[in-house]
Design a protein around this ligand. Structure first.
Ligand SMILES: *Cc1c(COP(=O)(O)O)cnc(C)c1O
Length: 420
């Protein structure tokens, strides 16, 4: 399927996930793309091999309609290319690039875009691996990272931070929304507006990059709200079956070009088989995320009514009087399927609850077909200092649940018998 439209209508990503970017006649008519398990690709002629390299190494501009030829699987591979085309559609972006992991996507992209002397501003909390990259590794490369608290005031706080440190070096604003595990939302448009102010003030483009792992691409499209780049751990909802680790970034071709250049040299492209698994996953992405979210709403409601639960953190529970509600209504198309809640008591009561689950599995990660529960304070967020944990609302009684695809009645039964 080459066309993205029919009778003048733009086709939806669910439909394009079943055909875009793949031509069956090139693969013996196979309905599904085969796994292109090959390290290298045979050139039809020496002349064409030369042309492929000219494009790959940027020695020549592409002719109109010319697609880069296949050379070597660290540079490109059909399974990844098909996945990338379909991801770009989901995110309303020009291009996508896939990686061996979410961390490979984040680190490769930022290394391509930032240079020694640059500074970035990041929301907090962010994923632990990203936090380590920003605060332990980037300083070694002369890249400075300033942080602001994620929430309704993030854009204003970024503006104050810029007033304090100066705009001249600020190259990128990095946010993760909703924040993990408290589900606090950041206004993407407001942050992108600050980036535009920096661009005007300095004459140098300041970028906005959003980690969209928790709601995207089904329930949140950052490019519609001014974000330049959207990055994912595809290990989570996109992969969706807890059977692979992968990452992807989407954005304009002008930014994806240096990023894929770095990917070739750093060697962080995903393997072909993971590209194939991701194609399988994209076909059911919308149906999986919508179903999990529908069940999550029921679970969130059950939890708010439970006498042993003191607080529930879930965007689906926001009410109009909350400043977060305006952000939710503007930029989220659904509340997702990640819920955190506080059990009355402390670590002991939380652990007793966690140990009683029969259907939900005790494991970190999220976004898979099976429901997972974990204890943020002593697991995913255990390396964060206690005062910081308190500021981001993580206490000893907090449990995080990633709602999967089990029958909602069975999950409610499991919660009933676990929370006593
Ligand atoms: C898991 C995760 C990452 C890292 O992704 P990997 O695929 O594990 O490398 C980054 N950001 C968020 C929000 C995540 O949940």
């Amino acid at each position: 399927m080459k066309d993205k439209t029919l009778l003048g209508h733009e086709l939806n990503p669910e439909t394009l996930a079943l055909g875009l970017g793949y031509e069956p006649s090139l693969s013996e008519g196979a309905i599904k793309p085969p796994v292109f398990m090959t390290s290298t690709f045979q050139f039809p002629t020496a002349e064409e091999g030369k042309r492929h390299f000219e494009i790959a190494y940027g020695l020549r501009q592409k002719d109109p309609g010319e697609t880069p030829g296949l050379i070597y699987s660290r540079i490109n591979n059909p399974n990844l290319q098909i996945f990338e085309e379909r991801m770009a559609v989901w995110d309303k972006a020009e291009k996508a690039a896939s990686f061996t992991s979410g961390m490979a996507a984040i680190s490769t992209s930022l290394l391509a875009l930032l240079k020694p002397g640059d500074a970035i501003i990041s929301s907090n909390p962010i994923y632990g691996g990203t936090h380590y990259l920003f605060h332990k590794i980037f300083p070694e490369f002369g890249i400075t990272v300033h942080t602001v608290r994620g929430g309704s005031n993030t854009a204003a706080d970024i503006r104050s931070k810029i007033a304090e440190v100066g705009a001249s070096k600020i190259k990128l604003l990095y946010i993760e929304t909703p924040a993990n595990p408290s589900n606090v939302l950041i206004d993407i448009r407001a942050v992108a507006d600050v980036a535009a102010e920096v661009t005007r003030a300095t004459g140098r483009k300041c970028l906005t990059m959003v980690d969209n792992t928790f709601l995207g691409p089904v329930f949140q499209t950052p490019s519609e709200h001014g974000a330049d780049l959207t990055v994912y751990s595809a290990t989570k909802y996109i992969g969706g079956h807890s059977d692979l680790v992968a990452g992807v970034i989407t954005g304009p071709a002008s930014l994806l070009e240096p990023i894929t250049g770095y990917r070739t040299i750093l060697g962080t492209a995903a393997p072909a088989f993971n590209g194939w698994l991701l194609l399988r996953s994209l076909e059911t992405l919308s149906i999986r995320m919508r179903r999990a979210s529908k069940t999550a709403r029921k679970i969130a409601k059950f939890l708010t009514e439970h006498p042993r639960v003191s607080k529930v953190y879930y965007p689906g529970l926001l009410t109009a009087d909350d400043p977060q509600y305006a952000i939710y209504s503007r930029q989220c198309k659904g509340p997702g399927a990640l819920i955190s809640f506080d059990i009355k008591g402390g670590e002991r009561e939380a652990f007793q609850t966690l140990n009683r689950f029969k259907i939900c599995r005790l494991a970190v990660s999220l976004g898979g077909t099976e429901s997972l529960v974990e204890h943020p304070m002593t697991m995913t967020h255990s390396d964060i200092p206690p005062e910081e944990l308190e500021a981001i609302g993580v206490g000893p009684g907090m449990i995080r649940i990633s709602v999967g695809l089990e029958h909602d009645e069975d999950l409610l039964l499991d919660l009933k018998q676990a929370i006593v």
